[in-house]
Design a protein around this ligand. Structure first.
Ligand SMILES: Nc1ncnc2c1ncn2[C@@H]1O[C@H](COP(=O)(O)OP(=O)(O)O)[C@@H](O)[C@H]1O
Ligand SMILES: [Mg+2]
Length: 260
């Protein structure tokens, strides 16, 4: 028995990221509790996808640190970083399947490239993941034969193919109709429970956010300005958070945002 607080699975500390002269993130701090489904809210262009790329390690911060399971991945040699990255699954906004490969081959690719598994073992894992997302019968189809919602499910299956401990979702329901969105939300919840993974879900869709999230954080002007439970977010006094989650046109957000 111990009273020590659980260690965050991932942590961003005093992070700053600039593209040339343009500062996208600054003084950003974020803790990702183990087993959480952390929803990161933020306006379009606020740096949400950039944040995920920093956690995935495909982008290096200008300064500050990214920790994964206590390891500082910003200062890690490439080979070790690549090993760590295998424990992080990414589900992209637009599924990002390779159009010339079948569903089976899209899912098999990371296993073929990164593991020494036999073809039989790979096929077994592919089938297992497809079953988890309810798409076992799509195994031999090409991406172009699938609807947007089905492609999204395959994207989810590919995101978990390496049994990640952390799954990053970039606007998983963007562009989907409300019914399919709701199915994908349910799937995100059931996947996180079935495989025991921690998830970070980036979205600006409030209904999804409150349905999925066990924790919430709001990205605004390059910083995490609030990190709390969904209940506290709903009852917040913070004018930015409250305006964002209510979709109110009156408040600090519009005043601060230059109209193009
Ligand atoms: N590789 C890049 N080079 C320069 N600017 C970029 C790059 N990637 C993103 N940006 C800029 O960073 C900002 C945040 O982008 P992004 O993380 O995609 O926002 P979000 O996902 O919240 O919509 C935007 O202003 C975008 O134009
Ligand atoms: Mg984005």
């Amino acid at each position: 028995m111990s009273n020590v607080a659980p260690i965050a699975l991932a942590e961003l500390r005093d992070l700053r990221l600039a593209f040339g002269e343009k500062e996208i993130l600054s003084d950003l701090n974020l803790q990702v509790p183990s087993k959480a489904r952390l929803v990161v809210l933020g306006q379009s262009g606020s740096g949400k996808s950039t944040l995920l790329r920093l956690i995935l390690g495909i982008l290096k911060p200008t300064s500050g640190d990214v920790f994964f399971k206590g390891h500082n991945v910003t200062r890690m040699p490439r080979r070790r970083l690549n090993r760590i990255r295998q424990k992080i699954g990414m589900v992209y906004q637009y599924s990002a399947l390779i159009s010339s490969l079948s569903v089976r081959d899209n899912l098999a690719l990371p296993l073929e490239e990164l593991t020494r598994k036999t073809r039989k073992e790979i096929d077994q894992l592919v089938d297992e993941k497809l079953t988890l997302v309810g798409m076992a019968e799509a195994r031999d189809k090409m991406p172009s034969e699938l609807s947007g919602g089905m492609r999204k499910r395959i994207g989810l299956a590919r995101g978990i193919i390496m049994d990640p401990e952390l799954i990053l979702y970039d606007e998983p329901t963007a562009g989907l109709d409300p019914v399919i969105s709701s199915v994908i939300d349910d799937l995100i919840i059931s996947l996180s429970e079935k495989i025991g993974a921690t998830s970070i879900i980036v979205t600006h869709e409030m209904e999804s956010a409150f349905k999925i999230g066990t924790h919430m954080a709001m990205l605004y002007k390059g910083k995490i300005i609030a990190e709390d439970t969904p209940e506290h977010f709903k009852n917040t006094d913070d004018p930015v958070v409250s305006q964002f989650i209510s979709g109110n046109t009156q408040g600090p957000i519009l005043e601060d945002t230059p109209l193009l």
